[in-house]
Every structure is written in C-alpha cells, then in structure tokens.
Write a protein that binds this ligand. Structure first.
Ligand code: C5P
Length: 233
C-alpha cells in the first residue's frame, strides 16, 4: 500500500504564545515537527510526505538542514490562511495522486505512533473516512457565555485526533466544497454525508496547542514506556 502523508504546518501558534511557531519549539531534544517527520519518514509504506508551511516561514529549511532530514519523498508547499487551505495546497502536490491512501496529520501531534498511522491506513476504504478518537472522561457542558445550558451525554462523544485516512479521490472530492469553519477533514465528509468511522486513537497523541500541552508532552516524550502502557478505554 502506497501511503501519502499530508502535514499541515503553516500555523503561527497564536494560542501557544512566543515568537516561534509552535511546530518549531523544542520538545525533549528535537523541534516538534522533527519528531513528527521522523515518525512519518520511518513508515514502511511511505510513498510521499507533503508539508504545508507558512509562506513567510523562515524556519523549516533550517530545521530540516540542522537535523539531517533530506529525503526525496519529502515535498514542501506553501500553505494558506486556514488549516484547510494548507491541506488543499498539499493535496495538489503531484506525488499525492499516486498514493493508495492519504493520511492527514497535524505537525503539532508529535507523539502519534507508527502503529496508529498503519491502523488508520489499513481501515480506510473507498467512499469512507477513518479517524482516531478517544472517549472523554470529563463531564461535558454546553455553555452560553459563563452559564451552563445543558450537559452532554459523554458516552456519545469522542475527542478526535489525526492522522485521518482517505482515498486520494475521496479527499479531493471533499475539498471541492467550501471549507469555511472546517477544523478537520472529517467535518467536510460529515457535511457531504460520507461515512466517517472512528477507531481507537491514542491518549498520548495530544495536539500541542498551549504551554501546558507542551509540558505534558515533554514528560511523555522522555518516557515512551508510559505511552505503551496506557489503555485507550
Ligand atoms: O491551529 P491548529 O492548532 O488547529 O493547527 C493544527 C495544525 O494545522 C498545525 O500543525 C498547524 O501548523 C496547521 N495549520 C496550517 N495552516 C493554517 C493553520 C494551521 O497548516 N493556516
């Protein structure tokens, strides 16, 4: 199976603060995006990986160079204003059309395991989208300003992660539509009535959005045995 991986990495990390976009912040001893790329470039069936960077980005080339990442399967495109614009730009890269399955994975989820990529890819079928999700243990409330409106039955919701899996033609057809307000590719499928299947994600596959996510990821990256022992249920 030929895998294409699209990595949106064009965000400027406003919620993270600081001058450095969060994908370049060091985690353990390597920039976050280097962890992500190392996992992806080691996937056995990798056909290509396309990174969407910010057009004003001055860091990516330097980081790739400093960490010895030179691979003919790696393509780089300019991303756009929204995450979906970045994914659309990467999807247009010619190498993606030769793949059997396309996986879209956030640059800022450096702890996703290779096995999660394979599980998503193997479950992806024509006309269907596959995403990783985990149950929520907190009680969830709908709020209006600071007033609680109601409580959601948490057994009916999942926290959804990446990588998300598609056939190239499915993803291309999803991106024909408007992407206003879209925060992941599965949302486009939902709008079009294309089935989206959730398989177990990984609790440690956190999206590094805030400094507290970074602190937690710093602990997890130093202790891979913690991740292996955590059950999804
Ligand atoms: O902003 P958010 O945390 O949802 O970003 C998720 C991923 O999408 C990050 O890897 C970020 O770099 C990427 N992104 C992008 N283009 C944008 C905004 C975010 O590629 N315009």
């Amino acid at each position: 199976m030929k895998l294409a991986v699209i990595i949106p990495a064009a965000g400027i990390g406003q919620r993270f603060g600081g001058h450095l976009p969060k994908q370049y912040v060091v985690l353990g001893s390597l920039p976050i995006i280097v962890h992500t790329l190392n996992t992806v470039l080691a996937l056995a069936d990798l056909h290509c990986v396309v990174v969407a960077k910010n057009p004003a980005d001055i860091y990516l080339d330097r980081v790739l160079d400093e960490h010895g990442i030179a691979d003919s399967r790696l393509g780089i495109v300019d991303g756009g204003e929204q995450r979906a614009d970045s994914v659309r730009a990467a999807l247009a890269h010619p190498s993606v059309s030769d793949a059997d399955v396309v996986l879209v994975h956030d640059a800022v989820r450096p702890l996703a395991s290779a096995s999660l990529f394979y599980r998503i890819a193997q479950a992806t079928r024509p006309g269907q989208v596959v995403i990783p999700g985990i149950p929520i243990s907190d009680t969830l409330k709908v709020v209006d300003q600071e007033q609680v409106v109601r409580t959601i039955d948490r057994s009916t919701v999942r926290a959804v992660q990446t990588p998300q899996g598609f056939l190239p033609e499915t993803l291309r057809s999803l991106y024909q539509a408007s992407t206003d307000g879209v925060t992941d590719e599965a949302m486009l499928a939902e709008r079009m009535g294309i089935p989206v299947t959730v398989i177990p994600g990984e609790p440690w596959n956190i999206k590094i959005t805030t400094p507290s996510d970074h602190a937690l990821a710093s602990i997890l990256i130093g202790h891979p045995e913690l991740a292996k022992n955590v059950s999804v249920e």
